[in-house]
Design a protein around this ligand. Structure first.
Ligand SMILES: [Zn+2]
Length: 164
């Protein structure tokens, strides 16, 4: 499988919290024949004990509230326990503050997550603790927006960290 060269169907432009101001990047969503391809490119991750950071799609629509509290819980239309939530994703592994992740999932369609939020957490996901994997604070957030034809992701949020 290859990452499509064209525009994604949706994109979330990630912005760090007050405590992680350098954190930024994109999470792009491509509809594929067998599911949705999620491609994350992230810069400015802080150092931590593990340098592993949980990544989830949350049900809330806005990156507002104290520590992005308006993002709410994990996107979970099927009322499943963690880590069977539709919005559960593999964690980011920091490589000197950068991270790249591509994963195929059939837990949602792109149209299901438009207007919801992507959140990066301060800790790894243990894939066990309820309701959110013990992933710690919300350190970055982006609202998932449909990609309008003809507009590049750069027009939405830029990718100032350079090519990853
Ligand atoms: Zn979950």
């Amino acid at each position: 499988m290859q990452i499509p060269s064209g525009s994604p169907d949706a994109v979330a432009c990630m912005t760090g919290s007050r405590g992680a101001p350098r954190l930024h990047g994109t999470v792009k969503f491509y509809t594929m024949a067998k599911g949705v391809l999620v491609v994350a490119r992230i810069w400015g991750l802080p150092t931590s004990e593990t340098d592993i950071f949980a990544l989830h799609i949350h049900e809330g629509a806005g990156c507002t509230g104290a520590e992005f509290s308006d993002t709410g819980g994990h996107f979970n239309p099927g009322a499943q326990p963690h880590p069977r939530h539709a919005g559960d994703l593999p964690p980011l592994f920091s490589c000197g503050g950068r991270a790249f992740l591509a994963v195929l999932t059939d837990r949602f369609r792109v149209r299901d997550i438009i207007g919801r939020t992507v959140v990066i957490h301060s800790s790894p996901d243990d894939f066990r603790t309820q309701p959110a994997g013990g992933a710690g604070e919300k350190i970055a957030c982006g609202t998932v927006r449909a990609q309008e034809s003809g507009k590049t992701c750069k027009k939405y949020c830029g990718e100032p960290g350079g090519v990853l």
